[in-house]
Design a binder for this molecule. Structure first.
Ligand code: RB5
Length: 149
């Protein structure tokens, strides 16, 4: 299960991604927003990320104007590793190397065609583990208040 959310700026892109996922037969939960009316992105990021940390969804896709604000909010949720991407390589390698569980994109930055390509590679790429596990564990240690090194 995939979870989606956006603010008003990301709403049109989220709707395009929903169409794309439906065509692909990928199940998703839509945490809103449900219109282009102005809203604040943090609550939508949090609502979607809690679906991941509760185990209801495995991965998430969030959209705002730049992808940045919603990624900052998402990364404040314990257990979330959100990556703001606008290129194919980053969307792929943030799964392979960072075990990112949320992809964030900016509706004012990239078009729907590229965004759907990024979603596809993000959802179909597995974490490589190995030496990258240690690095992801260090990110979690920072989240837990540990001082590294
Ligand atoms: C909303 O205008 C815009 O600030 C928001 O969507 C996002 O880009 C913030 O990072």
């Amino acid at each position: 299960m995939i979870v989606l959310a956006s603010d008003h700026a990301g709403y049109p892109l989220k709707e395009e991604i929903k169409k794309h996922l439906t065509e692909q037969g990928v199940a998703f939960i839509d945490c809103g927003t449900d219109s282009p009316a102005s809203v604040d992105y943090a609550a939508f990021a949090q609502k979607a990320c809690l679906k991941i940390t509760s185990g209801e969804a495995a991965l998430g896709v969030l959209c705002c104007g730049t992808g940045v604000g919603i990624s900052m909010a998402a990364n404040k949720v314990k257990g979330i590793r959100a990556a703001c991407c606008s290129d194919y390589f980053s969307a792929k390698y943030t799964r392979l190397h960072n075990d990112a569980n949320v992809l964030c994109m900016g509706a004012r930055v990239i078009g729907a065609g590229l965004a759907c390509e990024l979603v596809d590679v993000f959802l179909s790429t597995d974490f490589e583990g190995g030496r990258h596990q240690r690095r992801v564990d260090q990110i979690t240690a920072i989240e837990n208040g540990e001082i590294l090194g």
